[in-house]
Design a protein around this ligand. Structure first.
Ligand SMILES: *[C@@H]1O[C@H](CO)[C@@H](O)[C@H](O)[C@H]1NC(C)=O
Ligand SMILES: *[C@@H]1O[C@H](CO)[C@@H](O)[C@H](O)[C@H]1NC(C)=O
Length: 347
């Protein structure tokens, strides 16, 4: 009798633990009880929908076509650059909700490669032509690295804006990545350890209340002084707030999947990439602030040093969200598209 009780209790405990660990199914857009579909979407190769938005010059007359990849916890309405500047330059900008964010279906099989293929399909279905630009901000920077690896022949140029670094990318000297790793807050070290070593615990870790979880996922990242200035200015200007749109289908297939991919055992290794534009037109730029409290400048510098074909722009005094500053955003797009302020000699 006693043994049976113990066995039942144990089964109950395991069932409870299992339930705590398993994320609830995402609330799909357009499904009964799910959020509504309010904007255009394309259907991808595996039946998933990808929601997008077009901005700037009409694409049939545009000289430049750009696809912007948003960061962690963000969505297609974070356009970085103004409509006026796009029109003035004759550029069309396409933004999209990454899988699991906003109104795009989740992709439980998401990888660096599938994300690059999604972008290629988006470009093809919208008729952006043989070549287009890709701009990736923060976690979207990892997607842009993936485009350089998987669809280099489709790229006219690439801009990586404070792209998130995975401390486990092979190629970093151990002492360098270890030093940067331990400079993070303790709760962030733990959040990344969980994402990396026990990805199946990621949902539980980020929803439990016993230990402090990731500062970024819980909305209090280590912003620098300049970051706070920029974000305050945007708030004063009345930039529409997210109001939960980004993660309306649930946080697992959006933010937590980002953590699992971004800090997991990576198929991506930027330091092994070859110059996609060797002997051809086009360039790859990387902008990084030297006071970025989320992405260590030491690791970014190391990556840039390994890839002499990258045009590395280190911004003194800048934090993580510098692309949201109006003037900086303009500089970035003008440099990428028009090659302004650029030395012409290729390294
Ligand atoms: C890491 O080790 C290398 C060589 O062993 C050394 O040159 C470098 O300064 C070290 N870097 C750090 C951040 O300790
Ligand atoms: C927070 O960001 C600043 C730069 O703005 C950096 O110097 C510091 O090391 C960061 N702190 C943590 C705990 O990551």
């Amino acid at each position: 009798m006693f043994r049976r009780t113990v066995v039942f209790l144990l089964i109950g405990l395991l069932a409870w633990a299992y339930q705590e660990m398993c994320p609830p199914p995402p609330k799909l857009c357009g499904s009964p009880g799910g959020p509504p579909v309010t904007g255009p979407r394309i259907k991808l190769r595996d039946g998933r929908h990808l929601a997008y938005m077009e901005l700037g010059a009409p694409k049939d007359v545009a000289k430049y076509k750009i696809i912007l990849v948003h960061g962690f916890g963000s969505n297609r309405f974070d356009t970085v650059v103004s409509k006026d500047l796009l029109e003035e330059m004759g550029a069309t900008l396409v933004t999209f909700d990454r899988p699991g964010y906003g109104e795009s279906d989740p992709d439980p099989k998401r990888t660096s490669k599938s994300s690059a293929l999604d972008i290629q399909e988006l470009a093809d279905q919208l008729g952006l032509g043989a070549k287009f630009y890709v701009v990736g901000f923060s976690m979207g920077g990892q997607v842009a690295w993936g485009c350089l690896e998987h669809i280099p022949e489709r790229l006219a140029g690439v801009a990586l804006l404070a792209p998130v670094v995975n401390y486990w990318w092979p190629g970093f000297p151990a002492n360098l990545s270890t030093e940067a790793y331990y400079e993070q807050r303790v709760e962030d070290q733990w959040a990344l350890r969980v994402s990396h070593y026990t990805p199946w615990l990621t949902y539980w870790w980020n929803t439990q209340k016993l230990f402090p979880s990731s500062s970024v996922a819980s909305g209090r990242p280590n912003f620098s002084r300049q970051d706070i200035e920029i974000l305050t200015k945007l708030a004063v200007a009345g930039k529409p707030k997210d109001k939960g749109y980004s993660t309306q289908q649930g946080k697992f297939e959006s933010e937590y999947r980002d953590m699992i991919i971004g800090f997991g055992k990576s198929e991506l290794n930027p330091m092994d990439l070859k110059n996609p534009f060797a002997g051809k037109d086009g360039s790859v730029h990387l902008w990084q602030g030297d006071e970025d409290g989320l992405v260590p400048v030491t690791l970014q510098r190391y990556i840039a040093g390994k890839l002499p074909w990258i045009r590395y722009h280190e911004l003194a005094g800048a934090g993580h969200v510098f692309p949201l500053d109006k003037h900086m955003g303009e500089t970035i797009f003008k440099t990428l598209l028009l090659g302004e302020n650029e030395p012409t000699a290729d390294k």
